[in-house]
Design a protein around this ligand. Structure first.
Ligand SMILES: NC(=O)c1ccc[n+]([C@@H]2O[C@H](COP(=O)([O-])OP(=O)(O)OC[C@H]3O[C@@H](n4cnc5c(N)ncnc54)[C@H](O)[C@@H]3O)[C@@H](O)[C@H]2O)c1
Length: 418
């Protein structure tokens, strides 16, 4: 099989993953058409702008658009390769919502002529890539698909999960090793030829279900380890011990590396993906489920601690620093910081809550319109604060001098001011 991909690539979904992937390909000379159902996103990208904050992405997008290598549209075009990077949230019962993938597949199917590659980048439960092949076959009975036979299919289908770190996406999208799972071996090789265009890391080919599971396992590993740190912080509190100090001491052991506790776990990956493992084997994934439960219970615990501190004041002003799911990004998906503020505001509707979030201008929908919650600059909010709660360790907050916090009750959920 030819080792070098040539041709045109359509990327379905221009979010945190799809847009950087589009740019990575475009800057290496590939013609890329970005597709999104969100017209504002398409308009922004067409004008060379980025609809969210990610370091170095804006300049790369404007460069790729200005030389004509990257265009954006709401309609899936004909292409030689299609990369699907749409959301995979979970439903109320924690099973994966594959409806975005199914909708993207339905848009791609009519554009197939034979010979194309379809890659699923969205994080998915084991079996989803094969399901994509089956969905495509349902739409196109005139073509052969790889789940039907090991032979040469008309269309190649593979999974290439993404493991970039928000805030470092533009570096890691190029340097990370990539796992590529094909519905057949030929599919994996075909997809590898595409990712070799921009990947400097190793390309590891396998079958589709193993690639899907490897991605989920990576995030479950992180979740379980964070849950351990969070559980230690709860135990430390009960025993009136300084958990940060205990972790610091324990980590001097040459084979111990305990992570840091915090107000919970958020984001579109670690807080979501382990549930897909639980869904795949509910009776066996006991540790994975418990880790999710430990981490998910942390925001309410933090909220209760804030309320307890507030009860010592008459009409206190509580300042919550940070809303995003982690430091130095604008992403608030599944953010434990948002959950903490919501829980406080729900429990104490008369409490004066100020929120500081340098990465956004507006409150998220869960908080917007609440009379007792408003956004402020860090400086104004701290001036008026009785209690300061650090929820996100943004660089801007870490550098607040200790003297600025004097006279306030300080509750540092991240250990950033230690
Ligand atoms: N953000 C991360 O750091 C990260 C890391 C690894 C994996 N992932 C996975 O990558 C996938 C995408 O995540 P994301 O963070 O880029 O999501 P996102 O929400 O930032 O972007 C998804 C985009 O897809 C668009 N979209 C939805 N349905 C569509 C359709 N039918 N056709 C065209 N566009 C459509 C949305 O409008 C949105 O712009 C998810 O499965 C996620 O779990 C994300």
């Amino acid at each position: 099989m030819d080792d070098t991909f040539t041709g045109r690539v359509a990327i379905i979904g221009l979010g945190y993953i799809g847009l950087p992937t589009a740019v990575a390909l475009a800057t290496r000379g590939i013609e890329v058409i970005g597709v999104d159902i969100n017209e504002n996103t398409v308009k922004a990208v067409s004008e060379g702008h980025v609809p969210f904050v990610e370091p170095d992405l804006a300049i790369a997008v404007s460069g790729a658009v200005s030389v004509g290598r990257l265009t954006a549209t709401t309609e899936v075009p004909e292409a030689d390769a299609f990369i699907i990077a749409v959301p995979t949230p979970f439903q109320d019962d924690h099973t994966a919502d594959l409806s975005y993938i199914e909708a993207a597949v339905a848009q791609v199917a009519p554009k197939l002529r034979g010979g194309e590659l379809v890659v699923l980048e969205s994080t998915s439960p084991p079996g989803t890539t094969e399901q994509v092949s089956k969905w495509l076959a349902g739409h196109r009975p005139d073509l052969t698909f790889p789940h039907e036979s090991e032979g040469l299919p008309d269309v190649y289908v593979a999974h290439c999960p993404e493991r970039v770190l928000p805030g470092r996406i533009m570096i890691e999208i190029v340097t990370n090793d990539r796992v590529i799972g094909g519905v057949t071996r030929r599919c994996a090789e075909k997809a590898a030829s595409l990712y070799r265009v921009f990947t400097q890391g190793a390309i590891l080919t396998t079958d589709a279900a193993s690639a899907e599971m490897a991605k989920l396992v990576e995030n479950a590993y992180r979740d379980v380890n964070i849950a351990f740190a969070n559980e230690l912080s709860l135990i430390g509190e009960r025993l009136k011990l300084d958990t940060w100090e205990i972790i610091r001491l324990a980590n001097h052991h040459p084979r111990v590396n305990i992570l840091t506790p915090g107000p919970g776990v958020g984001g579109h990956c670690i807080a979501v993906d382990p549930w897909f493992i639980v869904g795949a084997a509910p009776d066996l994934a006991r540790l994975v489920r418990t880790a999710r439960e430990v981490n998910d219970s942390k925001p309410l615990h933090v909220a209760r601690q804030v309320i307890e501190r507030a009860s010592r004041f008459r009409n206190p002003t509580v300042v919550c620093l940070g809303l995003t799911f982690k430091a130095n990004v604008d992403d608030m998906r599944e953010s434990p910081a948002v959950d903490v503020v919501v829980a406080i505001a729900d429990a104490e509707p008369d409490l004066d809550i100020r929120v500081v979030e340098p990465f956004t201008h507006a409150l998220p929908p869960e908080l917007d319109g609440r009379p007792n919650v408003r956004m402020q600059s860090a400086s104004d909010a701290i001036d008026e604060a009785d209690i300061v709660v650090l929820l996100v360790d943004h660089e801007q907050f870490k550098t607040i001098p200790k003297t600025r916090l004097e006279g306030r009750v300080v509750f540092d959920t991240r250990g950033a001011w230690r």
